[in-house]
Design a protein around this ligand. Structure first.
Ligand code: NDP
Length: 206
């Protein structure tokens, strides 16, 4: 009869914030993380309205110290689901001839390496949970097959590598009973997706 529980990264806006909203509405215990919780006003408002159900932690997903602090805070707590949602589009104008190594590496740290480190950090909590699901929000733009337009070297490669990471984790964690999934959220009207996106965050999360 216990509430199912979920850990969501990048929860202050966009798809992450909407994930928090809908899991709260479904009665889940939500552990939400954000880089700057103090200025995450909508998330804070949700916490005020659902003090028992929503817990907020500061977590820049590339910050190992903050990751360790979150591990300590959640030690021994069962998590049913982990969603790696935090992500960036990265260098905006990475056309052929204009790619920037440092910006590329920064995007890989956020979109690819951080989800791996977070899986490694919280797999134990997931094994204690009932549903045992680890999901990463990837993108159709990481697909080889879907790449007809070219460009977006940085973002595409970060999500393609994320997909490879998730497939290996699916194999490695199968014996622990963990289900590992990659999700494409659709083209969503968020800061990243822009105003021409095809669906709202609410529709995407539903
Ligand atoms: P937004 O730009 O609206 O939100 C991105 C979120 O990620 C913010 O909460 C942001 O926090 C957080 N974030 C970025 N960098 C870090 C970091 N280093 N540490 C912690 N949090 C971080 O994007 P969306 O909501 O649209 O995107 C969510 C996910 O969906 C991403 O992984 C994206 O790649 C993916 N996606 C989105 C699509 C779309 O059409 N919108 C399509 C396909 C995939 P902060 O406010 O502090 O920057």
């Amino acid at each position: 009869n216990k509430m199912p529980s979920i850990l969501i990264t990048g929860s202050n806006r966009g798809i992450g914030l909407e994930l928090v909203r809908q899991y709260l509405a479904q009665g889940w215990q939500v552990y939400a993380t954000a880089r700057h919780p103090k200025t995450a006003t909508e998330l804070q408002q949700l916490a005020q309205n659902n003090p028992e159900q929503l817990n907020i932690s500061q977590f820049d997903v590339t910050n190992a110290e903050q990751r360790h602090a979150l591990m300590t805070k959640l030690k021994g707590i069962p998590l049913d689901v982990l969603i790696n949602n935090a992500g960036v589009y990265g260098q905006n104008n990475a056309s052929f001839g204009n790619t920037d190594e440092d910006k590329w590496l920064e995007t890989l740290r956020i979109n690819t390496i951080a989800p791996m480190k977070i899986m490694e950090a919280f797999a134990e909590n997931i094994t204690l949970g009932e549903k045992k699901v680890i999901a990463s929000i990837s993108s159709k733009m990481g697909s080889m097959d879907d790449n007809s337009s070219g460009g977006s070297y940085v973002y595409r490669s970060s999500k393609a590598a994320l997909n490879a990471v998730m497939v290996s984790a699916a194999r490695d964690l199968k014996s622990a009973g963990i289900t590992t999934v990659i999700l494409h959220p659709g083209w969503v009207r968020t800061d990243m997706g822009g105003s021409s996106g095809e669906i709202t965050a609410q529709q995407s999360v539903e």
